[in-house]
Structure formats: C-alpha cells, structure tokens
Design a protein around this ligand. Structure first.
Ligand SMILES: Cc1cc2nc3c(=O)[nH]c(=O)nc-3n(C[C@H](O)[C@H](O)[C@H](O)COP(=O)(O)OP(=O)(O)OC[C@H]3O[C@@H](n4cnc5c(N)ncnc54)[C@H](O)[C@@H]3O)c2cc1C
Length: 601
C-alpha cells in the first residue's frame, strides 16, 4: 500500500515561492497569521491525512454506506473525522473569526482540502460540504438562522449538504419542481424530491442541514423563480429538543467510485410536515447558491488533482521497485533487469502525471489567491480579481477533472497488470476520479459557461484581464534565456486563443447560437491547455529564482524535476493547441446539422 499521497516540498514551493502566501498575511484580514501558522496548518493537515483519512481509504470503498431500517450507516471513521475537524476548527478554517472560524486565507483552505482529498477523497467531502453550506447561511441567512445552525455545523455535529438536483432537473436547474408554500408561522412547507445528494444522511452526525432550492408557489418561471431554504432533517422543537422534519431517505445509490460517501435520494414533506426556512429574499436563491456552487467547483478541481496526486506517488513508488526488462543500451539477458522507471516510456507516463497534478494544483491555488485578493482589495482591483476568478472557475473545475482521469490512467498503466487489480490502490483511484467531470456541472455545461457567458461578459473585460495576466508572466519569462523559447510558444498559443475566441464570437454575433456553442467543450479544453502552460511558466520562473539561491542537493533534484515537468508540458501538451484550433476554426456545424435519425442502424 503506497503511503505517500502528496509532496510536502511541492506544497511549500507553491505556497511560499509561486504564490507568496506571506504577502497575503500582510493584509489586516489575515494579519493574525504568520509563517509559523502556515507551517503548523500544513503539518496538522498532513497528520489528519496520514492518521485519520488514509488508513480507511480502502475500507471505505470496500464497505460503502448502507441504508438499513431507514438509517444510513457510514464507516465509523467519519464520526472521528467530523469530531476531529470540528474540534480542531478545520471545518471553519476559512470562516470569519466572529463565527468561530480561523479566518485563514482561501489558499490555505485549498491546501488542506487537497491534502485531505489525496489521502481519501470520499472522507474529505463531508467536511467540505459542511463548510460550504454553513458559509452560505453566514453570507445570506438571517441572524436567527446563523445562530441556530452554523455553530453545530462548524463543530462537526451537524452535516451540511447542497440539495439542487431532481430527476427532471440536473443540468437544467430551471426545471426544478420542489415547492415551498408560505405559512402564517413564518416558515415554508416544502414538498418534493431530490436525487444524488451527497452525504445527505448518515449516522456519524446528530443532524443534517440541507441548503435546498425550491420554488415558492406562484414564483416566476425558470431560474428567476428559484429560492433557497435551510431544511434540516431534524428541526428545533418548542422545548429546545430536535424533532423530525419529515425528510426521508428514499434510496441510496451504488456508485462506480467515491464509494465512501453516501449519495441519496430524498423525499421532502411526504406527510406535509417539512419546514423550510427562507435564506435571504424570495426568488434570489440560485444567485445565492452560486456562492456554494463556485466554491464546490474549485473543490472538485482540488479533489481531482488530489486523486491524481495520490495515484502519481503510488505509480512512482512502484516504478522504482518493479524490475522488468533491460535498457536498449544493455540487452544482455545475463544482466539483471532494471527498475521500470529507467525506461523512457515509463518516465513519460510519470512526467505526464506530474505535469497534470502540479499544473492543476497551481491553477487551483491561483484561483484561491484571486478569491483572497478579491476579499482584501477595493474598487477596480477587487473587480479585477472577482472577474478573473469567475472566468477561470469552469477551467479550474474541468481541466483537472478531465485530465486527472488520464493522469490516473497513466499511473495505472505504470503498474501493468497489477494496476488493474485491487492489491494496489490505482484501480480505486481510477474509479474515484471518474465522478469529477460529472458532478458540480458536467464538462459540457462548463464549456458553454466559459464560452457563452464568461468570455463575452462585461464586454470581454474578464478575458482581457486574463490575457494581461498571462502576458505579464510571458514578459518576465522572456527575459530569462532559459525560459525564453517557452515564453514565445505560450505567446503564440495565446494569440491563437484570441483569434479562435474572436472567430467564435463572430458566429454568436450573427445569431447562430447553436453553432457558436457546438464545440464549447473543445474551446474549454483549448483554454485549459493555454492556462496550464501559463501556470507552468509561472512555476518555472519561481524555480529559476530559487535555483539562484544555492539550493541543497535534495532541493536541486526537486527543482530540476520541476523544470523537466515544465518542459514536458510545453513539449507534449501545448502542441495540442494546433489541432484544437484547426477544429474550432472549421465551424462547419457537423454536430448541429446531423439529424438524430442518422444514428439509426
Ligand atoms: C456521485 C454524485 C454526487 C452528486 N452530488 C450532488 C449533490 O450533492 N447535490 C446535488 O444537487 N447534486 C449532486 N449530484 C448531481 C450532479 O450535479 C448531476 O448529476 C449533474 O449536474 C448532471 O445532471 P444529470 O445527472 O441530470 O445529467 P443531465 O443533465 O441529464 O446530462 C446528461 C448529459 O447531457 C449533457 N447535457 C445536458 N444538458 C445539455 C445541454 N443543454 N447542452 C448540451 N449538453 C447537455 C450533459 O453535459 C451530460 O453529458 C451528484 C451526482 C453524482 C453522480
């Protein structure tokens, strides 16, 4: 069983040298923290990962949650985890201090979630969901809602969920039919059904708090009629006790992977006694929910990169130990076999994984830093960071999700036949990773969001800001002889991205919306590759700065390895831009014009 699931050295490099976390700690909002806090947070998160989450990684998969006698039973470690994370302040790590949080920068919250998810993805979601739901109540709920729900959620005694999806409303939330009927007592009567709701009932907590989307009777049609409610499984009774709130678990889903977390079908108000408490104003629910959805999208990217990280270290360990075959330069069968890591094709597979894991993590930390900067700045600066975060969220969700699967697959491939068998963790990582392009919006939906909404938004302002960010890194790298050729390659890819964007927006301008968005998923892929190249150039610049300071031998290996992964990304992945641009310029509407019946035999 592979023990290592993340690189502490890489996390330190990213935090201190690429993203300069200490510059964030200079802002009053984060001034309670210092480099010592960051080190302590990193060490404790690694300890939770190693001591609580990792030991039950396999068992949570082999003994998934069960629904029996109306109760959902999860692995006993979930209780230990929720308690430890509640008592240690980990659920509320990035929440404001006035609500019992540690007020850590988002980038440190992302680091913790990366460590937890790499140790055990299923285990990590209980905490992330509870924070997201409590944060939503803090942002938009009344004082009464905050006082009633947030402390127990942050303490790890109550689980939080996001309850959006319904049988007829997955990607299309406009079509939800769960209803909320106002009552004279101030609460709403909720009625409806939700499906696929993660961690939405289990015996490791005392209560579950659903952040649920529903339509108030008589609301406008579509998304403009959606409201947000707090709907607890048990509601506070008149004597301060908790009483049933008419929320039932109808079914548990049996999944390909990510089996340690229960995903359930829920019924609300089957006995007309389910109370929902309105969050904020009526009909503005989807707008509020976007806070939790966008946080969850970054979390999905983090989870995807984290699973790929654990798979990479398992594959690396195996590749160092597995003797097989000989080098082409020494084929004498009398010679001992060499470890497979010496074969260039195995090094290629390992480099691919490292390039995806560390490039994705860089992008996710970049987004988290934008979230932090948006919080601590004002005026046009604030607007800039908000727009950049908004623009990049679909990319940060989708690129690690899609490419994480390929990375894990290459990790599995390093193990040959053993990769396919359950003595090694790769097959579980492969199954676990598959959820990410599906939940929190499918890749197809994110492609359309990026191209159809984010690129044209505010007259293309976010896209222009993005181009400036990338160009600024290209400019710095261009001054370094070692990085200048990659800087030129990225500059040329960026021009192609601009040209493709202009071409596609031209189609939109003619009103041909279906043609405009037909290959939006490919546009998202193109955008993702260019964005990752930017992040790799940023890391290479940081390596070059560090390398000037006489690193120790161990650090020198790490920095050299970084530069190999950087060169790998530019040499093997960035050229894919050519093929994607060719397709995106074609715009022949092949998929638009093909009649459905041509799929008939
Ligand atoms: C393990 C798991 C956990 C989940 N957790 C939660 C949770 O906690 N809370 C919650 O609310 N939901 C949750 N979900 C639901 C998840 O968010 C949805 O499955 C997802 O949004 C897709 O919806 P759907 O399954 O109905 O697929 P559909 O919307 O039916 O999509 C099917 C396919 O059609 C494509 N498609 C759909 N519409 C369009 C369109 N207009 N244009 C082009 N292509 C389109 C999609 O891209 C996809 O490939 C979870 C799902 C799973 C499997």
């Amino acid at each position: 069983m592979a023990e290592r699931f993340v690189s502490e050295k890489n996390l330190r490099f990213m935090l201190y040298h690429v993203f300069d976390v200490e510059s964030l700690l200079a802002y009053p909002l984060y001034s309670e923290h210092s480099r010592e806090t960051v080190d302590m947070i990193l060490q404790t998160a690694l300890k939770i990962g190693r001591d609580i989450l990792k030991p039950c990684f396999e068992e949570m998969d082999k003994k998934p949650p069960e629904l029996a006698d109306g109760e959902v039973r999860v692995h006993p470690t979930v209780r230990t985890l929720m308690k430890a994370c509640g008592e240690g302040g980990w659920i509320a790590a990035t929440a404001p201090m006035e609500f019992g949080g540690l007020q850590l920068p988002a980038i440190l919250g992302s680091m913790c979630r990366f460590i937890f998810a790499a140790a055990n993805y299923s285990g990590s979601v209980y905490i992330a969901l509870t924070f997201g739901a409590a944060h939503l109540i803090i942002s938009f709920g009344s004082e009464e809602l905050i006082d009633t729900y947030v402390p127990s959620m942050f303490a790890g005694r109550w689980q939080g969920t996001m309850a959006l999806t319904e049988p007829q409303a997955g990607s299309s939330l406009a079509d939800i039919t769960t209803t909320a009927e106002p009552t004279d007592a101030g609460h709403y009567r909720i009625k409806g059904q939700k499906i696929f709701i993660s961690a939405s009932d289990h015996n490791a907590v005392e209560n579950v708090v659903h952040l649920l989307l529903a339509k108030i009777k008589g609301a406008p049609p579509g998304v403009r009629g959606i409201s947000l409610f707090v709907v607890p499984k048990l509601r506070p009774g008149e004597e301060g006790n908790l009483v049933s709130n008419d929320v039932t678990t109808a079914a548990i889903y049996h999944k390909l992977g990510y089996r340690g977390a229960p995903i359930l079908q829920l019924g609300f108000g089957e006995n007309d006694d389910c109370r929902g408490y309105l969050v904020g104003e009526p009909h503005k629910g989807l707008g509020y929910m976007f806070q939790m959805m966008n946080e969850a999208r970054i979390d999905v990217g983090i989870g995807a990169a984290a699973i790929a990280s654990a798979a990479y270290y398992a594959a690396l360990e195996y590749s160092r130990e597995r003797p097989q075959g000989r080098r082409f330069t020494a084929k004498d069968p009398a010679l001992p076999q060499v470890p497979i890591i010496q074969h260039p094709d195995v090094k290629r597979m390992l480099l691919f994984q490292r390039a995806i894991v560390e490039g994705s993590l860089s992008l996710l930390f970049q987004c988290s830093k934008y979230a932090d900067l948006e919080k601590v700045t004002e005026g046009t600066e604030k607007e800039k960071y908000g727009l950049l975060l908004d623009l990049l969220t679909p990319v940060a969700k989708s690129y690690p999700s899609e490419m994480g699967i390929h990375a894990v697959s290459q990790g599995l491939q390093c193990l040959g036949g053993y990769g396919y068998c359950d003595e090694f963790p790769l097959e579980q990582h492969y199954r676990d990773a598959r959820i990410h392009p599906i939940h929190e919006g499918t890749t197809g939906i994110h492609g359309m969001t990026l191209l159809g909404r984010n690129i044209p938004m505010k007259g293309g302002k976010a896209f222009q800001l993005y181009l400036e960010e990338v160009r600024s890194v290209i400019g710095k790298a261009g001054e370094d002889g070692e990085l200048a050729s990659q800087a030129r390659e990225l500059a040329s890819a960026l021009v192609k991205l601009e040209e493709v964007s202009r071409h596609l927006l031209g189609i939109a301008g003619k009103g041909e919306t279906e043609l405009f968005l037909a290959d939006a998923t490919l546009y998202l892929e193109l955008f993702g590759i260019v964005t990752m190249a930017w992040q790799w150039l940023l890391q290479a610049l940081a390596v070059r700065r560090q390398a000037k300071g006489n690193p120790s031998d161990a650090d020198a290996d790490f920095y050299q390895g970084k530069l190999y992964a950087f060169r790998y990304y530019f040499g093997y992945e960035l050229p894919k831009v050519e093929g994607l641009c060719k397709r995106l310029f074609t715009s022949d509407g092949l998929t638009v014009s093909m009649p459905e019946n041509c799929f008939n035999d």
